[in-house]
Design a protein around this ligand. Structure first.
Ligand code: VGL
Ligand code: ZN
Length: 212
């Protein structure tokens, strides 16, 4: 028997309408998330979340480099997209979306806290230099299968899924519960293809429920 957890990736104000790094249709992930949360709660499947959680002077911020938002540069030896200031620790933009059923979330994992490196994945920073508590938390509970949705498809969802697969988890991505930044128009489609090629299974919410 596989043991599941539902991982909600960065469903935060700044990635939703009116936010500093608003993802097109980002808000529409909330309804899918809440439906799946209820489904998981009915099956004793734990619900966990990641939260992008940057210091105000984070090195991924264009403002720290006199660079234009969405331009490309380098951060401590790694290629880096420079983002608008977003998800600043304790700020309104960093909060989980107010309509997300947060009461259901049993554990939140912060990422992106180190000034000199970004962290798209909920498991590791972009250089795989440090890891969050997520892998230990899952292992301690013998969880071997993840259900994943959230923001953004082409960054934090994708890299969380790829790391989870590399760590040996089975991963099911709920595609209609994800939205992408799409700096290039096909980025989200490509991200889903990359996740599937690495071993993830893609489902719509309806397909997922029917498959179980
Ligand atoms: C994200 C860009 C910068 C994400 C976080 O959650 O996908 N994207 N920081
Ligand atoms: Zn970020």
């Amino acid at each position: 028997m596989s043991k599941h957890a539902l991982l909600l990736v960065d469903i935060q104000n700044d990635f939703c309408a009116g936010g500093a790094l608003a993802v097109p249709e980002g808000d529409s992930t909330v309804e899918v998330a809440n439906t799946l949360i209820a489904w998981c709660q009915a099956r004793q499947i734990p619900v966990i979340a990641s939260q992008d959680w940057h210091p105000a002077n984070h090195g991924s911020f264009a403002s720290q480099h006199q660079a234009a938002p969405f331009s490309q540069g380098q951060l401590d030896g790694l290629a880096q997209t420079f983002w608008p200031d977003h998800c600043v620790q304790h700020g309104e933009g960093a909060q989980l979306h107010p309509l997300l059923n947060q009461q259901a979330i049993v554990e939140v994992f912060h990422k992106g806290e180190s000034v000199n490196i970004d962290s798209y994945s909920a498991f590791f920073d972009n250089g795989h230099r440090q890891e969050t508590r997520l892998n230990d938390w899952l292992r301690a509970r013998q969880i071997d299968t993840l259900i994943v949705l959230g923001l953004a498809t082409d960054y934090c969802v994708k890299f969380s899924v790829l790391d989870a697969l590399q760590l040996g988890y089975a991963v099911n991505v709920i595609t209609d519960g994800c939205r992408g930044v799409n700096l290039q128009p096909q980025d989200s489609a490509q991200a889903f293809m990359d996740m599937a090629a690495a071993g993830a299974t893609l489902y719509t919410l309806d397909d997922w429920r029917e498959s179980q």
